[in-house]
Design a protein around this ligand. Structure first.
Ligand code: CS2
Ligand code: MN
Length: 357
């Protein structure tokens, strides 16, 4: 495995490549072209410039998160082929720049959903949190206001203002798109892109829906092992794989995280490893990466990744906000750096233990 950190680019991130370079054991970044919108064609020159910027700091690009999918593709509108064509050409350009991992998601309208961006924990840190009771009461169009007012002035991924201005319209466009339709539209998309993925050895890694159930009545399909198995079988190609995000699958306590990892051997191309704390059914908050700070057994998660001989990038995911840092909620430097160091420590212990050292 390779330890990495997500980086939002020099224009949007408060964290610099130089800082990331100093986190022990972190050798790569996961990034994207932040000036693009879903559906845009990524020019090779733009990708090349980003790559050069990252490499000048002594790091490299380990993967892209995300090349976002235009809603027309998820909805299956008549104009989807135009956006799929752009996606294919984007993948080709990434392949030509020697980038072989692409994370994406297939969530309708909203990316991840949280009801609080700064819930205070007992140690004074603040974290992202989710309350089903609040979601059930909130008008989805208002969701954006509450998210953007708590985002410390940063634009949160998946919650771009241009997109949210169209929330109502987007909801209407998804009328009639149920889970079956969404599966069919995903299949159509994957079948169209697999030839270019085969040609350039690009690993597609679908990110789970977060939380792992339907919100605001919108269908959500990347939520558990049976659905993942269905997705991989319907387009049975090793390039059609997954991002294993412990924090997203783990929103549903019925998901056995280490068991899922073992069952997905060979098809996990990327891992987001983070912890969260379940308070009571329908209420969870994010936690430090350390097992004892939340509800997950992080050793068991890393051990399962080790046992399936996982070789792809891992990144710590949403960190707490600590030590007075002002950053994009979930994406400060300090707690994610602690997370990376902790995960690296677990890995070293597992590796040496397995070698009988
Ligand atoms: C999130 C998402 O859990 C996460 O990593 O922050 O924004 C995620 O990056 C996207 O859904 C992946 O496409
Ligand atoms: Mn994730």
């Amino acid at each position: 495995m390779e330890m990495t950190l997500r980086w939002y680019g020099s224009k949007s991130d408060s964290v610099t490549l130089q800082q990331i370079r100093q986190i022990p054991g972190v050798t790569g970044v996961i990034t994207t072209l932040y000036e693009t919108s879903p559906g845009d064609l990524w020019e090779r020159e733009q990708i090349h410039a980003l790559k050069e910027e990252v490499e000048a700091s002594g790091l490299h690009i380990s993967g892209i998160e995300s090349v976002n999918i235009h809603d027309s593709i998820k909805i299956g509108s008549p104009d989807r082929d135009r956006y799929i064509e752009n996606y294919i050409r984007t993948l080709k350009h990434l392949g030509e720049e020697d980038i072989h991992l692409v994370c994406y998601n297939f969530m309708p309208v909203f990316d991840w959903t949280r009801t609080e961006l700064a819930r205070v924990r007992s140690d004074g840190s603040t974290v992202l949190a989710y309350s089903q009771k609040t979601v059930d009461r909130i008008d989805p169009a208002k969701m954006f206001e509450s998210i953007s007012s708590g985002s410390n002035g940063f634009v949160l991924p998946g919650w771009e203002p241009e997109r949210m201005a169209r929330v109502k319209e987007l909801f209407e466009m998804y009328t009639g798109v149920d889970e079956e339709r969404l599966f069919a539209n995903l299949k159509y998309f994957l079948e169209a892109i697999m030839p270019v993925c085969d040609q350039y050895n690009i690993h597609m890694a679908i990110h789970p829906d977060d939380p792992a159930w339907s919100v605001f009545g919108l269908p959500r399909i990347i939520i558990n092992l049976p659905n993942l198995q269905r997705m991989m079988k319907m387009v049975d190609n090793p390039h059609n794989g997954v991002t294993f995000c412990s924090g997203s699958y783990g929103t549903n306590p019925d998901n056995d995280l280490p068991g899922m990892i073992r069952a997905l051997e060979g098809r996990i191309h990327f891992a987001h490893v983070r912890n969260l704390q379940h308070n009571f059914p329908g209420d969870f908050e994010e936690a430090a990466h350390l097992s004892s700070d939340g509800s997950f057994d992080m050793y068991a998660i890393m051990k399962a990744l080790y046992d399936i001989r996982f070789t792809g990038p891992i990144r710590p995911d949403h960190g707490r906000m600590i030590w007075g840092e002002n950053a994009m909620p979930g994406y400060g430097l300090y707690d994610r750096a602690l997370g990376a160091a902790y995960l690296n420590g677990l890995w070293e212990a597992i590796e040496k233990g397995a070698a009988g050292k």
